[in-house]
Design a protein around this ligand. Sequence first.
Ligand code: ACO
Length: 322
Amino acid sequence: MRSVVRGVGGYLPEKILTNADLEKMVETSDSWIRERTGIETRHIASSDEFTSTLAIKAAQKALSNAGLTGADIDMVILATTTPDDTTPATAVKVQEAIGMTQGCAFDVQAACSGFMYASCIANQFICSGQVRHVLVIGAETLSRIVDWTDRNTCVLFGDGAGAVIYGASTPEEDEVGMGILDIIIHSDGRYRQLLTTTGGVSRTQNAGYVLMEGREVFRHAVKNLSDVAEEVLAKTGISVSDVDYLVPHQANVRIIEGTAKKLGFDMDRVILTLPCQGNTSAASIPLALYEGVKSGRLKKGQLVLLDAMGGGFTWAGGLIRL
Ligand code: ACO
């Protein structure tokens, strides 16, 4: 049995923060941000929007895209670094909002690789036959943990949520090889200080602010992203020329271009949402899938390579036939 994508959804807050806006907040320039990161605008949650608000909107769109309701979902896994509360998990708010009283809901924390970790867990439950439909969400309000006086980090991040519903494959779908072919997840805690926060509930009794050694993160990112992509390609016996699109985590256009080049993808085979969304951490890959499907670039039957890297370090690669 495989996990097949049944629906995708996404939500971005209305408020847009431009590079020109940032020029008024810190010593930076539109040209520096564009050249070094590829980011032009990002979305910022309003004061009455929380990670759950964004997640619920993305989940509702994914349900409607799949033609399902909350009653069909057995499990909700929400990947986030910015939960509404320390406890309970933000996922249970989504569970309630979609009218789901059965099954289970929980959060996963794997920074920018969170959606891939959550998809990997969903895949295990579906393949073992324990559940039929899993709603996987990546949702973030990173604007709440960004130090808006730190130009090294505040220009990079944005808020948003993306959702994917995976369902157990039918025998017909198995025959044509649809669904998740494989997902590989990795972490290496020796690098945890390179991308972290200034605090956390146990250590400082607050969430802290994002802290990053940008140059070091950059150096590891291209290597880890291309290594894990090659690992999943080798494991599944698929070559880059068989893959229709690379759907990478959206952190920096130079990281994406470097990884694409190393793997042998032209940029017209890469889904890029970074210019208008910035880095939305766990939400970036499901949002890119959503944008790809919405724009008609991603279609049923296509093979997509997903690739993520984030704090921990964590990194992950996956192949899905849509
Ligand atoms: N505006 C203007 N100048 C800036 C800004 C800014 N917003 N930010 C930094 N600078 C300055 C620095 O202070 C430095 O000045 P100095 O030479 O006087 O000290 C200069 O620009 C160059 O800084 P570098 O860090 O060398 O710039 P670099 O080209 O590496 O770009 C960046 C910085 C964009 C952060 C890059 O390192 C990067 O993208 N790293 C990856 C980090 C990332 O994406 N993290 C997100 C989470 S991890 C992930 O998702 C993979």
